[in-house]
Design a protein around this ligand. Sequence first.
Ligand code: ADP
Length: 267
Amino acid sequence: MDSYIVKPGKKIDITDYDPDDESQFSQGKQAGLERLSELTQKLDKLQEILYAEHKHKILVVLQARDAGGKDGTIRAVLSGINPQGVNIVSFKVPTAIELDHDYLWRIHQHLPAKGEMVVFNRSHYEDVLVVRVHNLITMDECKRRYTQIKQFEQMQAEEGTTILKLFLNVSKDEQKKRFQERLDIPEKNWKFNPGDLSERDLWPDYSKAYEDAINETSTSFSPWYIIPANHNWYRNLCVAEILVNTLESLDMHYPVPTTDLSQVVIK
Ligand code: ADP
């Protein structure tokens, strides 16, 4: 999955990333689904050790354009995990109380504690994406925020949080297809939001905002991955592989019992 990581300091052009790419898994969709099933079982085991060891903290940041597949990714990749084992936090338009605080205030409250895994469905990055695209902050403020976000994430990493940031990259054509399905399929009508169409008109502005945010904030301690997301099976597979690889690299272990269990007699 290394080909999808944005190396710190490297300036990427987001249009170089192909949303249709399937190059890292050559055996096709059916084999991909089988591999995903293996990975979700591994994730369940890894999450249990994460909790038992009570040492590491895991934060996964999911960002995407509208209909980019955040919800589907969460459902498919985390479906095998103990429901008590992962906390999903969705960040919507800030409330009046949230707006009265700094933009990281609402984020900080939901960060993982030791032994916890948290997935952010949208995140503090909205404050340099939608907020920038709609000119709610100046470009100077936005640049200051990149620095603040990097420092914030560095602090979390130094305090023991492993951070992964995933941008699910869909094409404009694929977004159109997904919006059309929301109009055509009765069970999907509820997902259609006319406001998404005006955001779609701002596609190039969002591309630039994503590109800058990723370039400015992909670091060794909190890297961005750009995941090809036109094909759901491939997107899910990539996300699951990245999560499993990251958790395995932490070399986690069940805690060693503090008493000699061989001496324990249950009467
Ligand atoms: P989702 O699209 O994530 O499934 P919604 O349809 O409820 O969920 O959309 C959430 C909306 O909240 C998005 O339009 C997003 O841009 C917006 N939002 C999230 N964070 C902020 C923020 N900090 N400032 C302004 N808007 C935000």
